[in-house]
Every structure is written in structure tokens, then in C-alpha cells.
Design a protein around this ligand. Structure first.
Ligand SMILES: C[S@@+](CC[C@H](N)C(=O)[O-])C[C@H]1O[C@@H](n2cnc3c(N)ncnc32)[C@H](O)[C@@H]1O
Length: 307
């Protein structure tokens, strides 16, 4: 229980003060300050010479290098295949430059697809276990779930897992599916906003940047069953996941992403004339893209088992 209290304090401190030290001018990216501060504090608390920090989703190094600069000689690893948000192919180079500018010698970037990296992790970590695991890579349902499943053999006994972008309903579903099938892990903390920060403007957007960015789920190992069972909220209707089967089995599934914008244009016609089951009752308030379905969820709740 002592460890859980310390984790709770680290979260509360990050909520109050953000990063441990002033945000470096060099480090920019897509993560909130409460989140980055929590990654730093958890890593300081949990890491030792036998354990390390690992993240999936490095982008330009904001979270990876913010942690690396606070953990002394302990090691930080980041996995990214630099396949997204990188149309000029510059991000890996930017991360390497930033590592040099910050004089960091405790960071390694694993330039691979997350599945190739996590399936072969024992060759990468030099015998270390993972003390803090941060999931911020591909956000499709299967990748979110696979990140949790593939990391299991490498986690230290007191490991914590932070899942970014948990505002998304399908990310919460992957976390819930993992938690319900692995009762030895518990949801420790959750925080959401009503929509994705990229659908927010002005002061609201600034608040998201200072906060958790796009929702967070924090999972801990709880082998002694000291914490309460708790799951992130999800929709009971699973038809969107079932639709994946129809997409996989169609003749040209590769083309589907190119047609997504058309679905917004054709939706009113389809809703009007088809026998579509589960037509949404309310469309007002939906955005063209990046809908999270997180309206009205908690802005911050701890597992009730931690005092
Ligand atoms: C939102 S960014 C990460 C933000 C970063 N943590 C920060 O602090 O700024 C997501 C990253 O995940 C990476 N990514 C997406 N799919 C991936 C995959 N299949 N394997 C490895 N990395 C992937 C992208 O290349 C992108 O750099």
C-alpha cells in the first residue's frame, strides 16, 4: 500500500506543478504537462539499475527525453518506426539532435514497429525489466491491446503502465478488455476531457496542453489484490468492432481509409434510408474526425482502494 500512496502523491504533485523542472525549450511534442511530470516522477520513484523506462511512440522525444534527463544513470528506451506525423522523414534525426544537445547518455531509440520491438524486447533491454511503460503509439484497438499483452513478460513486479489518449472510446475498450482478463492488474487512476485537444481552441486547448492532453489511464500490478476492481467506462454496443470483420473480408479493404471523408457526406442519406441498426440518436456535437466519446467522464479519479 505504501507504494500506491507514493504513486498517488506523484500524480497529485504533477497535477499541481506539472514537470519536475522548467519545460526545456528544446523539447516539443504531443503530451500534456501533468502526464510528462507523472512519467518523470514515477520513473524517479521506481527505477533502479535492473529496471528501465520504456515508451511506444517517441515522435520528437518530448516524453522520452523529459524522463531521461531526470533519472540519472538509469535507462530510458523509446520505440518508434517514425511512420506517422513525419512526412519529411526528419523526426528520428530531430530526436538524435536533442539527445546530443541535452548531453544524454542514458537513452536508446528502437527504430522499429512496436510489434517487432516488443516481441523481441529481451534483445533490446540488456536484461532489464520495465518499471514504467508508457503507451503512446498506434491507437487502433488491436495495437492498444497488443501493447499491453506483449509487455507482460518484461514488466517489473511493481511496474506501472500509463496509456495516453484514453479519451478515445476504443482505447478505453482495449484497457478494459485487458483489465477484465488480467485481474492481477488494476486501474489506478483515470482522467478525461470531453473531446480531443485538437478539437479544442484558445484557453481550453492551453488547459489540455497543461493537463493530460487526451485522457489518461494508469494501470498498476496488484498481485496481492489490495486495490478495488475498476474499469474505464465503455459503450456496451460493440458493433463498431464487429464491423471490422466486414471490412477485413471485403474485396478492397485497403481503400476504406480513403473513403472515410465520404462517410460524413453520405451519412444522412444512409441514416434516412437504410435499416442500419444502432443509428446514433444525437449527431450534434460530433466532430468531422477525432471523436472520443468521452463527454461527461471523470476529470480525475483514483482507485478507491488507495488511501
Ligand atoms: C503521438 S506520437 C507520440 C508523442 C510523444 N510521446 C511525445 O511526447 O511527443 C505517436 C508516435 O507513435 C508512432 N507510431 C505509430 N504507429 C507505430 C507503430 N506501429 N510502431 C511504432 N511506432 C508507431 C508514430 O510514428 C508517432 O511518432
Amino acid at each position: 500500500m505504501q507504494l500506491y500512496r507514493q504513486l498517488k502523491e506523484a500524480i497529485l504533485e504533477s497535477e499541481a506543478n506539472g514537470l519536475i523542472s522548467d519545460k526545456s525549450e528544446i523539447l516539443t511534442g504531443f503530451s500534456g504537462e501533468k502526464l510528462t511530470g507523472t512519467l518523470q516522477r514515477f520513473s524517479k520513484l521506481l527505477l533502479n539499475k535492473d529496471t528501465c523506462y520504456l515508451e511506444v511512440g517517441v515522435y520528437r522525444g518530448l516524453t522520452l527525453l523529459s524522463v531521461a534527463k531526470e533519472i540519472g544513470e538509469n535507462k530510458a528506451f523509446g520505440v518508434d518506426n517514425f511512420a506517422f506525423f513525419d512526412k519529411d522523414g526528419k523526426n528520428f534525426g530531430i530526436v538524435k539532435e536533442r539527445i546530443a544537445k541535452l548531453n544524454l547518455t542514458n537513452v536508446e531509440v528502437i527504430n522499429k514497429d512496436y510489434e517487432d520491438a516488443l516481441e523481441n524486447l529481451k534483445n533490446e533491454l540488456g536484461g532489464r525489466k520495465v518499471g514504467v511503460f508508457f503507451v503512446d503509439g498506434p491507437h487502433d484497438y488491436r495495437s492498444q491491446l497488443m501493447c499491453l499483452l506483449l509487455i507482460k513478460p518484461f514488466l517489473a513486479d511493481n511496474a506501472v503502465i500509463l496509456v495516453d489518449d484514453s479519451n478515445y472510446q476504443h482505447v478505453r475498450q482495449a484497457n478494459r478488455d485487458f483489465l477484465i482478463s488480467h485481474p492481477e492488474y488494476k486501474l489506478f487512476y483515470e482522467s478525461y476531457t470531453n473531446h480531443h485537444p485538437l478539437n479544442a481552441h484558445g484557453n481550453e486547448r492551453i488547459a489540455f496542453e497543461k493537463g493530460w492532453w487526451n485522457g489518461i489511464n494508469i494501470l498498476v500490478k496488484d498481485p496481492e489484490n489490495q486495490l478495488e476492481t475498476m474499469y474505464p467506462a465503455t459503450h456496451r454496443d460493440r458493433s463498431l468492432y464487429e464491423n471490422e470483420h466486414a471490412i477485413h473480408a471485403t474485396k478492397h479493404p485497403e481503400v476504406v481509409p480513403f473513403l472515410l471523408k465520404l462517410t460524413n457526406a453520405f451519412a444522412p442519406i444512409v441514416y434516412g434510408f437504410s435499416k442500419l441498426k444502432n443509428k446514433p440518436k444525437v449527431l450534434k456535437g460530433r466532430f468531422t474526425e477525432m471523436n472520443t466519446y468521452s463527454e461527461g467522464l471523470t476529470s480525475g479519479s483514483f482507485n478507491e482502494g488507495v488511501q
